[in-house]
Design a protein around this ligand. Structure first.
Ligand SMILES: *Cc1c(COP(=O)(O)O)cnc(C)c1O
Length: 418
């Protein structure tokens, strides 16, 4: 185990308080050091920023809109006492349908500049795999995606998309044959091929410098939202809200507002079938401190420290770890973390479709499921109607089969026109 890190965050380099670090095989340390140097010298540099922002504008479709959700606000708060403005940051309108493309394009562009000839990635639901395959096709690099064999079967449309985009999908047969096993296999590949290969990590997790790199590539969400809301409302929101899987759309949103101490930050993770059932992915709410995928963070583990299976109806939140910066933001109290169940997420998705005409991703629906509670907490604290901003991380086309299996989309909801 090596744990030699250096960066400019926090007292200990590479750490967020007691979380983060670089718990990896010795053979990966030079590659992580190279990546850390590249983060400082290239990613934060003017030339890379100009090129990457050009791709975001002309290929991804940024800036994404900020939508005022008046009907949803009234549905959550019929008297208009608690919520004044409810803003949605529309990452569902990015090319490929979610925020993941921001990070994938940035990392593949960086890999090209580092002279890497091959990209590998891990994927659970296939969303990060599709984003990485897209970026690789666009920038002309070969791509191999590790995916648990169970997920290959349940996420057939995304496997077909990756194939069509020219990526090779490697079905992982070890362990539970899901996301954490795919991450282990990708790390194993990287150890062997580290000189030629860049490992494109899909969330703000993993060993230093990935949590910092991914947060930097996703901060475009929060930076844009801050500018847009100031322009539209003339004031900052009282609270910003995002769902948390590994934590990349949430940390990207938070980055825009972290320095504004008066803005409350909320993350919502998945409590699956309920925390007492043990079938959940609420790492921050119910996990313990441990090491997973090269990083010290909150994890789901048993009394012997073995990592447990996570469960969530949304594949993108179904991960037994979380980015280390979220563990630190929870520990210092700067951000608050709540959880929403499978059932609550389904109800929130149904509500968004009816009140705003938006079919949202199941991951995203978790953030909306706690919105009424967050409005109440902030209203009681500030004793006036509040402005809320929610990151709508992705669109729900990919979840249509799940929605249908749970009775949504079978007949006109709410008995037709109201
Ligand atoms: C992957 C995914 C997430 C969860 O990932 P984070 O890194 O926590 O953002 C959330 N929403 C959507 C739409 C996703 O595809």
């Amino acid at each position: 185990m090596a744990d030699a890190t250096s960066s400019s965050t926090g007292a200990r380099p590479g750490y967020f308080g007691e979380f983060g670090g670089r718990f990896v095989a010795e053979t990966l340390v030079p590659a992580l050091s190279e990546l850390e140097q590249a983060y400082q010298d290239i990613v934060l540099g003017a030339e890379f920023q100009a090129e990457w922002r050009g791709l975001l504008e002309h290929y991804v479709g940024r800036p994404t809109p900020l939508t005022l959700a008046e009907r949803l606000a009234r549905s959550l708060d019929p008297d208009g006492k608690m919520i004044r403005n409810l803003w949605l940051k529309r990452e569902d309108l990015c090319h490929t349908g979610a925020h993941k493309i921001n990070n994938a394009l940035g990392q593949v562009l960086l890999a090209k500049k580092l002279g890497k000839s091959r990209i590998i990635a891990e994927t659970g639901a296939g969303q990060h795999g599709v984003a990485t395959a897209t970026a690789c096709a666009m920038l002309g690099l070969p791509c191999e995606v590790y995916m648990g064999a169970v997920d290959v079967e349940r996420q057939a449309p995304n496997v077909a998309r990756m194939h069509m985009l020219g990526a090779k999908v490697i079905a992982v047969e070890s362990g539970s044959r899901t996301l954490k096993d795919a991450m282990n296999e990708a790390l194993r590949d990287w150890v062997t091929n580290v000189r030629t290969t860049h490992y494109c990590v899909g969330s703000a997790a993993g060993p230093h410098p990935y949590p910092l790199l991914v947060a930097e590539l996703q901060r475009v969400i929060g930076d844009e939202a801050r500018t847009q809301v100031l322009e539209r409302a003339g004031r900052l929101p009282d609270a910003v809200v995002a769902c948390v899987g590994g934590g990349s759309n949430a940390i990207g949103t938070f980055r825009g507002f972290q320095q504004d101490q008066e803005v409350a930050l909320y993350g919502v993770e998945a409590s699956g079938e309920g925390i007492p059932s043990g079938k959940h992915a609420a790492t921050l709410t119910a996990g313990r401190v441990g090491v997973l995928h090269g990083s010290r963070t909150k994890v789901l583990s048993d009394d012997d420290g073995q990592i447990l299976e996570a469960h969530s109806i949304s594949a993108g939140l179904d991960y037994p770890g979380v980015g280390p910066e979220h563990a630190a933001l929870q520990a210092t109290g700067r951000a608050h973390y709540l959880a929403a169940s499978d059932e609550e997420a389904l109800a929130a998705a149904a509500e968004l479709a009816l009140s705003e005409g938006l079919i949202i991703a199941l991951e995203t629906a978790h953030a909306f499921a706690r919105l009424g509670d967050i409005a109440r907490i902030e209203f009681e604290h500030r004793k006036r109607p509040v402005d809320l901003l929610v990151t709508l991380s992705g669109r729900g086309d990919k979840d249509l089969a799940t929605y249908t299996a749970h009775g949504l989309g079978q007949r006109p909801a709410g008995g037709g026109a109201a």
